[in-house]
Ligand binder design. Sequence first.
Ligand code: HEC
Length: 125
Amino acid sequence: MKKIVLSMLLAGIGLIAAEGTVPYRSGILLPPQADKIYAKECALCHGKDGKQTSFSGLTRVSYAKIAGMDTAQLAKTLKEYRGGIKSKDYQFPNKYGYGAVMKSATRDLSWEEIDAVAEYVNGLK
Ligand code: HEC
């Protein structure tokens, strides 16, 4: 009985995913959808291809191109911006004086989602 219920649940999730109606947020059974997270949370300032190096809000801010950066370094930097880790190995970065902007961009992401996004950004060409 348990097996039947579980397989129905999985089939249902498969259907929803096929329809493309599942939001990007990962659930218990769905891995994070890094491309969707990137498009929604990052592309505005870093470009669809990760090569945009500035954006103009109240003032113009410039930063490095992120496409192709090392995955582990990206994940660590993003977790540092996000905060919530108590360790001397994780220091809040404020490279260009606009770390707060990155904090608000990453605040709602789980570590799992950050790892997935880091891999995605590393793969941007
Ligand atoms: C509202 C604009 C904005 C959004 C949205 C945004 N960023 Fe940023 N990003 C910035 C700014 C500004 C900086 C520079 C921060 C600083 O001064 O340290 C930055 C810095 C970075 C850096 C460090 C670059 C370096 O020079 O080492 C990485 C990596 C990065 N962002 C990735 C991301 C990812 C991934 C997302 C999506 C989860 C994202 N950003 C969303 C504006 C943004």
